[in-house]
Design a protein around this ligand. Structure first.
Ligand SMILES: Nc1ncnc2c1ncn2[C@@H]1O[C@H](COP(=O)(O)OP(=O)(O)OP(=O)(O)O)[C@@H](O)[C@H]1O
Length: 769
C-alpha cells in the first residue's frame, strides 16, 4: 500500500469507525445492516476486519486553469479550507464533495501536484506496490495535460519514469564497465479506441527496434485481451528514463485524437501505459481516459462519430458500473463489459493494488453539469472499501474474510447513505430557505399590489386633475387666441384711424396751402392795385374795378377805419395819392415806392423791406400750439406748427419809418393810434380770404365787415396768440414800439417748403446784399 501523500490526509476509513456510532434511524436499510452486524455479537472478527479494511481508491480533485483567457470565468468551484472538500455552486445553492485532496491548477502546477499527490505512490511502486493512476473527467478538463504535460513542464508519465528509473547515473562494474544503476523497467503502451485494443509500440509492417519496437509503422497492431492482460503486447525495457521517455513521446503522438466542440485535440481513446518493475514485482498503470462527455456534448455528428463516442463511453460507463458495483458490494462486478475494465480488474481486485483517481474538472460555470457528474462519480469511487487481505486457505477464514469484506462494504454504503442524507438535509434546508424567501417575496408582492390598488384608486383623482389641467390649458389657449385677435383688431382700427386722420390732415394742409397761396396772390394784387391807384394814368381803370378800391370803400364804411383812412386821406390831401399810398405802405411797413416799375418788379419791390419780420397771416385752427413748451412736448402741435404758413416780410428802408410818419400824424388828434391802424391792417389781412370770395359776389359793405369781424378774431388776439408771433417775439406792442428801418439792400426770397413741392411756399426770407 502506497503511503499517503504529504499533506494529504487519508480520510478516516468508515470501516475503522465504530459502526454503533452510526445513528440507527438513518435508513431502514442501514438499520438492518447495523442489526446485521450487531445481531452477531460474537462475530467480532468481521468488525475488527472491517476496521482494518481500507479504501482502495483514493480520489483527488484537480481543477484546471485558463491562463490563456483574458477574462477568466467566475469559478463555480470553491475549495474549502480543509483542502479536501470541494464546494460546487449551483443555481439552487451549493453541493460539497469530499475527496482525499483537491488541487487547483491555478495554485499548483504539475510539478507541485505530482509531488503532493502522486510521487509517494510512485515511490511505492519502486518498492513493489501496484498502483493505478487514472485521469477521469470530461473532455478538455486537463486529463492529457496532467498526464503527459506540456512543452513547459513534463506530466505524470515522464515524472514517474524518472522517479522509478532514477536519473540514469552510470557506475563502473567489476570489469570496469559502465553500467546503469537505474531500476529496470518494462513499459507497455496500449490504446483502447472504439472498444478495440491497440499496441502503440508496435506496427503491422514489423521491423521493430529495440525490444520489439516497430519502425516506420503505418498502422497500429490490434491486441486481444486474455483474462486481465493484453496478449502479445510489445514492451520496451531499460533503465534509462531519458531514452524511454523519448520513445513514449513518439508514442504519445500516435494516439487517436480528434477535434471536438470541447477540445481542439481531443483524445478519443483511452491510453494505458504499464510500467512493470519486475525486480520487485511493482507495477504502475497510468491511464489517460477519453472524455467522459456524452454524444451531444461532444458535438459529434454522423453515425461513425456517434458510434465512436458511444464506444468510448462504453469504457467510461463500464468503469462507472464497476465502481458502483464494487461500492455497492455486488456479487458480480461487470469487469468484462469493456476492455478497459478488463485490463483494470487487477487494479480493483488485487489487494496490493491501489488506485489513485484524479478527477479533472473545469471551474467554468458552462461546464457545471459535467463537473458535477465527474465529482459524483469520484464520490462514489471513494466509497469503495476493501477488506484486509486474508489467506484463502481455510474455509472458516474465508467466510470470516467474506464477512469482513461485507461489513466493510456495508459500512461504506452507510457512509454513502449518510452523505446522501446530509445532502438531502442540506437540500431541505435550502428548500426551507427558498420557501421562506418565497413567502417573503409573496408578502412584498401583496404589499406592492395593495399599493398599486391604492394608486389605481387614486388614479381617478389624478386623472381628473390632469383633465382640469388640460381644460385650463385649452381655455388659456382659446383666450390667448381671442386676445391676440382683439389686439389685431385694435391695431387695425388704430391704423385705419391714423390713416384717416393723416388723410384729413393732408387735405387740410392742402386746403390751407391753397388758401395761403390765394391770400398771397391777393396780397400781391392789393399791393399792385394800390400801387397802380397811386401811379396815375393807369389807375383810373384800376380804381373802378380794382380790389383796392373796393377795399378802400369797404374800410371807409367802418367807423374805426374811417378815421384812419380819413387820416390817410387828410395826409393825402396835401400829398395826393402818393401821400395816401405812402401812408398805407408805411402802416403796412412797406417802404415808399415812387417808381411804378419797382412795384411791377417784385425783386425791386422786395428790396424796400427791412429784415424785420412780422406776421401777415395766421391760421386760427393752430392757435392752440402757441405754447412753445407745449410745442416741444406735443408732436401734434409741432405738426400743426409746420402747417402754419408763415410769411416773413423783411422790411427795410432808409425812408421814413412808421414812427416817423406817426410823428407826422400825431399832430392830428383825431387820427387813430398806430395800434388801431395795425389792427386794421391785420383785420384786413385776416379777412382777405373772405374778400377774395366777395370778388365775384359783391356783398354789402356792412355785412362784409360784420362777417369779417364775426369770423376773424381780433387782430390783436391773432397776433398775440400766434405761435409765430410768439416765436419771433413779435407783438403788436413791439410793432408799435419798434423803429422799423427800411433797408434798400435787402433781398427777399420765397422759400419753398420742400423740393418736392416747390409750389408750397412757407417762408419769405430776406438778406442784405
Ligand atoms: N491546468 C491547465 N493549465 C493550462 N492549460 C491546460 C490546463 N489543463 C488543460 N489545459 C489545456 O487545455 C486543453 C485541453 O486539455 P486536455 O487535452 O488535457 O483535455 P482532456 O481532458 O485530455 O480532453 P480529452 O478528453 O478530449 O482528451 C489543452 O490544450 C491543454 O493544454
Amino acid at each position: 500500500m502506497a503511503p499517503t501523500p504529504k499533506n494529504q490526509r487519508t480520510p478516516t476509513p468508515f470501516s475503522k469507525l465504530n459502526l454503533t456510532q452510526i445513528p440507527n434511524s438513518r435508513t431502514p436499510q442501514a438499520k438492518h445492516r447495523l442489526n446485521f452486524t450487531t445481531a452477531k455479537p460474537n462475530s467480532v472478527a468481521p468488525v475488527a476486519a472491517a476496521a482494518a479494511a481500507e479504501h482502495p481508491i483514493e480520489v483527488i480533485g484537480r481543477i484546471r486553469d485558463y491562463p490563456d483567457r483574458k477574462e477568466k470565468p467566475l469559478s463555480s468551484l470553491q475549495v474549502n479550507p480543509d483542502r479536501e472538500t470541494l464546494r460546487v455552486k449551483t443555481d439552487g445553492g451549493y453541493r460539497d464533495f469530499s475527496f482525499d485532496g483537491v488541487s487547483l491548477s491555478e495554485e499548483e502546477d504539475i510539478d507541485e501536484f505530482y509531488k503532493k499527490f502522486v510521487q509517494s505512490r510512485i515511490n511505492g511502486v519502486k518498492l513493489g506496490d501496484k498502483c493505478t493512476v487514472m485521469m477521469y473527467g470530461p473532455t478538455g478538463a486537463g486529463k492529457s495535460y496532467n498526464m503527459f504535460g506540456s512543452s513547459k513542464q513534463p506530466g505524470i508519465v515522464y515524472r514517474s519514469l524518472r522517479d522509478i528509473l532514477g536519473d540514469g547515473i552510470e557506475e563502473n562494474d567489476e570489469n570496469n564497465e559502465k553500467i546503469s544503476v537505474g531500476t529496470f523497467v518494462q513499459v507497455t503502451v496500449l490504446e483502447i479506441y472504439n472498444e478495440e485494443l491497440y499496441d502503440l509500440l508496435s506496427t503491422n509492417n514489423g521491423g521493430g527496434f529495440g525490444f520489439g519496437w516497430s519502425k516506420g509503422s503505418s498502422s497500429k497492431v490490434r491486441l486481444e485481451v486474455i483474462g486481465k492482460k493484453a496478449k502479445n503486447a510489445t514492451f520496451i525495457s531499460g533503465t534509462e528514463a531519458t531514452k524511454i521517455s523519448k520513445e513514449i513521446q513518439k508514442v504519445e503522438k500516435r494516439r487517436t485524437v480528434k477535434s471536438t466542440l470541447c477540445n481542439e485535440r481531443s483524445s478519443r481513446s483511452h491510453c494505458m501505459m504499464i510500467i512493470d518493475v519486475p525486480t520487485v514485482g511493482g507495477r504502475l498503470m497510468l491511464v489517460d481516459m477519453a472524455g467522459s462527455e456524452n454524444i451531444e456534448q461532444a458535438g459529434q455528428t454522423g453515425l461513425d462519430a456517434k458510434m465512436q463516442t458511444a464506444k468510448i463511453n462504453q469504457g467510461n460507463s463500464a468503469l462507472k458500473r464497476v465502481v458502483e458495483s464494487i461500492a455497492n458490494g455486488d456479487s458480480h462486478v461487470p469487469f468484462r463489459d469493456s476492455k478497459l475494465t478488463m485490463l483494470l480488474q487487477d487494479s480493483f481486485e488485487d489487494n496490493k493494488s491501489k488506485i489513485l483517481m484524479i478527477l479533472c474538472a473545469s471551474p467554468d460555470p458552462k461546464e457545471l453539469h459535467k463537473t458535477i457528474s465527474t465529482l459524483e462519480y469520484g464520490a462514489k469511487a471513494k466509497c469503495i472499501v476493501r477488506g484486509p487481505h486474508m489467506p484463502l486457505k481455510e474455509k472458516g477464514a474465508e467466510d470470516s474474510s467474506s464477512a469482513v469484506i461485507l461489513g466493510s462494504r456495508i459500512a461504506a454504503m452507510d457512509q454513502f447513505i449518510y452523505k446522501l442524507q446530509m445532502e438531502n438535509k442540506l437540500k431541505e434546508k435550502e428548500c426551507n430557505e427558498a420557501k421562506r424567501k418565497l413567502i417573503k417575496k409573496e408578502e412584498e408582492i401583496a404589499t406592492l399590489r395593495s399599493k398599486l390598488e391604492l394608486v389605481v384608486a387614486q388614479g381617478g383623482v389624478e386623472t381628473t386633475e390632469e383633465d382640469i389641467i388640460v381644460k385650463v390649458n385649452e381655455r388659456t389657449q382659446m383666450l390667448q387666441h381671442e386676445f391676440e385677435y382683439k389686439i389685431q383688431q385694435c391695431q387695425k382700427t388704430a391704423n385705419e384711424f391714423v390713416e384717416t386722420e393723416r388723410r384729413k390732415m393732408e387735405e387740410r394742409m392742402f386746403q390751407q396751402q391753397e388758401e395761403f397761396e390765394m391770400l398771397r396772390r391777393r396780397l400781391e394784387e392789393i399791393e399792385s392795385e394800390l400801387w397802380h391807384s397811386r401811379v396815375g394814368s393807369r389807375s383810373t381803370e384800376v380804381e373802378e374795378n380794382s380790389f383796392g378800391k373796393r377795399l378802400l370803400e369797404m374800410y371807409s364804411e367802418d367807423a374805426g377805419m374811417v378815421k384812419s383812412m380819413d387820416l390817410d386821406r387828410s395826409i393825402d390831401m396835401d400829398c395826393g395819392k402818393k401821400a395816401e399810398s405812402n401812408t398805407i405802405q408805411a402802416i403796412l411797413g412797406y417802404p415808399s415806392i415812387t417808381n411804378p416799375r419797382e412795384i411791377e418788379d417784385p425783386s425791386i419791390l422786395l428790396q424796400h423791406f427791412t429784415n424785420k419780420s412780422f406776421l401777415s397771416t395766421v391760421f386760427e385752427e393752430e392757435e392752440e400750439g402757441n405754447d412753445s413748451e407745449g410745442d416741444k412736448e406735443n408732436p401734434y402741435v409741432k405738426e400743426v406748427q409746420k402747417e402754419v404758413i408763415e410769411e416773413k416780410a423783411i422790411c427795410s428802408g432808409n425812408v421814413s419809418t412808421v414812427e416817423d410818419r406817426s410823428d407826422d400824424l400825431s399832430s392830428d388828434n383825431t387820427a387813430p393810434s398806430r395800434k388801431e391802424l395795425i389792427q386794421n391792417i391785420f383785420k384786413l389781412c385776416g379777412n382777405s380770404r373772405e374778400l377774395s370770395q366777395q370778388c365775384t359776389t359783391p356783398v354789402p359793405a356792412e355785412k362784409r365787415v360784420k362777417d369779417a369781424e364775426s369770423k376773424s378774431p381780433p387782430v390783436k388776439e391773432i397776433v398775440e396768440d400766434s405761435p409765430i408771433t410768439k416765436n419771433h417775439n413779435f407783438s403788436t406792442e413791439k410793432v408799435n414800439d419798434s423803429k422799423e428801418n427800411f433797408n434798400p439792400n435787402l433781398e427777399l426770397k420765397w422759400e419753398a417748403a420742400s423740393k418736392e413741392n416747390p409750389e408750397i411756399i412757407t417762408t419769405l426770407t430776406g438778406s442784405l446784399v
